[in-house]
Design a protein around this ligand. Structure first.
Ligand SMILES: [Fe+2]
Ligand SMILES: [Fe+2]
Length: 191
């Protein structure tokens, strides 16, 4: 099978009805596309892995199933092994090596994109004008977006070899491009 973005979206949406989860997949996709571009890597392949990384979360909502029980489904559908491996690598509890740039980037974008999303939702202008400084300040408030693992945000950037400020800027800019798809306002809406 051709591992295209279109097929990945089709698989994701067949297993995932939740709007929030679909938006999470799109946010990670946008961030991964930005990094694929920066690193000169295969943007479509990175987008595919991003869209699929939590494809089974709705049917496997606990860590004794997600994402390990999703992998056989992907193999059954004919997704190439590097895609399956990429998907599996984002799970901390599986302790798999993150030995490629794609895996490092996926881990780095997963938690941060969720956090940036939360920041955007509470601002009248969404992500427009959102500076790393204010994202970092919110990271230090444990009650804000409490479900986001701060340690994974910091470690993700470190393992990818990017400064946290630059990482935040990249993810914010990537998500800004699809703000409306993510359910976020923009400065134009606020005006
Ligand atoms: Fe996950
Ligand atoms: Fe995720």
């Amino acid at each position: 099978m051709e591992p295209t973005r279109e097929r990945a979206w089709e698989t994701l949406t067949r297993y995932t009805q939740s709007e929030a989860l679909r938006r999470h997949a799109l946010a990670v996709e946008a961030s991964m596309r930005a990094y694929a571009g920066k690193f000169g890597e295969d943007e479509e392949r990175w987008a595919v892995v991003a869209l699929l990384h939590d494809f089974d979360y709705e049917i496997h909502p606990s860590l004794d199933q997600h994402p390990q029980d999703g992998a056989p489904i992907l193999r059954e559908e004919g997704w190439p092994e590097d895609v399956v491996e990429g998907v599996l690598s984002h799970a901390e509890h599986l302790s798999l090596p993150r030995d490629t740039l794609l895996k490092k980037a996926l881990f780095a974008c997963d938690e941060l994109s969720g956090f940036v999303h939360a920041c955007g939702l509470v601002r009248p202008t969404g992500l427009d004008g959102l500076e790393p400084k204010s994202v970092k300040k919110k990271l230090k408030q444990p009650s804000f977006a409490a479900g986001v693992h701060r340690d994974e945000v910091y470690r993700g950037a470190e393992e990818l070899g990017v400064e946290l400020d630059d990482h935040i800027r990249t993810v914010v800019a990537a998500m800004q491009l699809i703000a409306h798809e993510l359910g976020l306002r923009t400065a134009a809406d606020a005006a």
